[in-house]
Design a protein around this ligand. Structure first.
Ligand code: FE
Ligand code: CA
Length: 530
């Protein structure tokens, strides 16, 4: 533990140094930057985005890429100045903040501007200018004052958007909706190819399935190709996002420092470093998250007035390695475990002990009306009763029972009430009650869980869905046949959860409908059908 902590501190320190070097190199380069650099192609092809709202600050993102599917984005190997401005109105007659930042080739000419000195609870408009061209206008919002008795918070919860499995209709709908925040809980890109019979469109490039064959350029081009989707860009431009990642941003089913079926661990770590770097370069995340080699600090805490505290968790980077990965203990490429007793180990961790302790302390000290734990996957157990006997999903909390028990213990404290878990990953809409001892029907219900289906990624079969539902009666709702997202309306009295969906696959003209509505009343853990 101590060695690991020391290592973490050293990596943070090194990351800070690396960032400073980027900045000082930037300052130097700025004086040399070709002020006359101009682009005939639109350098803002990947759009604009914002994220991580605080009461007085917001992060703005863009990346200059006039030829987005080229390894260098069509940019020169030189620093380019980017002018940014934030206004109180959409016409930019009242500019409240502006500045110049340098887009560096070392970070693919991406910029992450932390704009400070803003007013709490306000809508702002922002745009960039570079190479004689202006970006589209983005809209964003700061968090309210932490002491303000906020009456309403509206959030969209989304995850899992395999580009080849369907169209991003959810993003089109969310972009047009009046939400304060978009919570994206992982699988933003997929580096796997869809089988031919379910493919509705194609990735710009094929990623090598082996980590040794993947380069930073591959990950950059892949990210850029996702951002070329009109609906995804519109959703980023419309609202601030909070980001959580899962496995597919790097490689299917990876856990911490390892990935299933990968013998060359050094090659995997190198691929993880490239994936994290490309992720940083394409997401509206704080500049303090700049990765150093294969590490990137992802967890976060946010507050929406007195109404809500939110924690965004990293369940991948610090997770213990998968167990029982050999046949016959592992089935379906290691996704399902059969008779694997080793997962019961009480030291096993899903979040890393540091993040666990940080979350427990934060929850215990929170005085908000609601506590939202925003993480990747489903916390509620889903034991699979198959004809072979019980199977366990290797990728989720079920394969880390001791870590889940510690989590439940942390939220069972008398001060820690009105906890709602928000997740994704499992490609199905889920509403579930969470008990202190998750599989003991006599144990008290202490929290609620809302899991969103995928934006596009294919779900389980109805047969598998039935096996899973039978295993846990506290799962009130579970449907894997539709793609979509969840809208959450939070007031001091209740959280209203509207599950939106459309049949698989999502077609260009698909429309979403409400599949189900559940309500969580404050002071009464658990969900009720509305
Ligand atoms: Fe997924
Ligand atoms: Ca996943």
């Amino acid at each position: 533990m101590q060695r690991r902590d020391l290592f973490l501190h050293l990596t943070r320190f090194a990351a800070a140094l690396a960032w400073q070097q980027v900045f000082s190199a930037g300052a130097h380069a700025q004086s040399q930057a070709d002020e006359a650099w101009a682009s005939e192609d639109d350098p803002f092809s990947l759009g604009v985005a914002s994220g991580e709202p605080l009461p007085d600050a917001i992060v703005l993102w863009t990346r200059l890429a006039p030829r987005p599917l080229q390894a260098d984005g069509g940019m020169p190997q030189a620093a380019v100045p980017v002018h940014w401005e934030v206004a109180a109105d959409a016409r930019f007659t009242q500019v409240v903040r502006q500045g110049v930042v340098v887009a560096e080739p070392a970070v693919a000419h991406s910029v992450h501007v932390l704009v400070e000195g803003l007013a709490p609870g306000r809508t702002y408009h922002y745009r960039f200018e570079a190479g004689g061209q202006r970006s589209p206008v983005g809209r964003t919002r700061t968090a309210p004052d932490p002491a303000e008795p906020v009456r309403q918070l509206r959030m969209a919860l989304a995850s899992c958007q395999h580009y080849e499995h369907g169209y991003f209709t959810s993003h089109r709908e969310i972009a047009a909706s009046d939400v304060d925040l978009v919570l994206f809980v992982g699988d933003y890109i997929y580096t796997t190819q869809a089988p031919h019979h379910i493919k509705v469109r194609s990735h710009a490039i094929e990623m090598d399935p082996h980590p040794g064959g993947r380069t930073l350029a591959d990950y950059r081009i892949h990210h850029a190709s996702y951002k070329l989707d009109d609906d995804l860009r519109a959703c980023h431009a419309a609202h601030p996002w909070l980001m959580v990642w899962d496995d597919h941003e790097v490689m299917s089913d990876y856990t911490g420092d390892t990935a299933p079926g990968v013998d060359d661990q050094r090659a995997f770590i190198a691929a993880r470093a490239a994936a994290y770097k490309a992720y940083f370069e394409h997401m509206p995340v704080s500049p303090r998250r700049v990765p150093f080699e294969a590490s990137m600090p992802m967890q976060g805490r946010y507050r929406w007035g007195q109404l809500a505290d939110l924690w965004t968790l990293d369940t991948r980077q610090h997770r213990d390695a998968a167990l029982c990965s050999e046949w016959p203990r592992a089935l379906m490429h290691g996704k399902l475990l059969w008779r694997c007793d080793a997962i019961q180990g009480d030291q096993r961790t899903f979040l890393g002990r540091q993040q666990e302790d940080w979350l427990a302390a934060g929850l215990a000290g929170s005085d908000a009306n609601w506590r939202f734990v925003v993480q990747t996957t489903q916390l509620a157990p889903w034991p699979i009763r198959s004809p072979l006997g019980p199977l366990t999903y290797a990728e989720g909390w079920d394969a880390f029972p001791a870590a889940r028990a510690r989590m439940m213990e942390a939220i069972a404290q008398p001060r820690v009430q009105d906890v709602v878990f928000l997740g994704g990953d499992v490609h199905r809409h889920v509403a579930a009650n969470l008990r202190l001892d998750p599989l003991d029907r006599t144990s008290p219900i202490i929290a609620s869980e809302v899991v969103t289906t995928s934006v596009t990624s294919k779900g389980m079969s109805e047969v598998a869905n039935a096996w899973v539902r039978a295993g846990n009666p506290d799962v009130l709702h579970m449907r894997s046949d539709q793609r979509g997202h969840v809208m959450l309306d939070v007031t001091p009295r209740e959280v209203r959860c509207v599950y939106r969906g459309t049949p698989h696959p999502v077609r260009p003209q698909s429309k979403l409908r409400t599949q189900a509505t559940y309500v969580i009343e404050r002071g009464k853990p658990g969900l009720k059908k509305a």
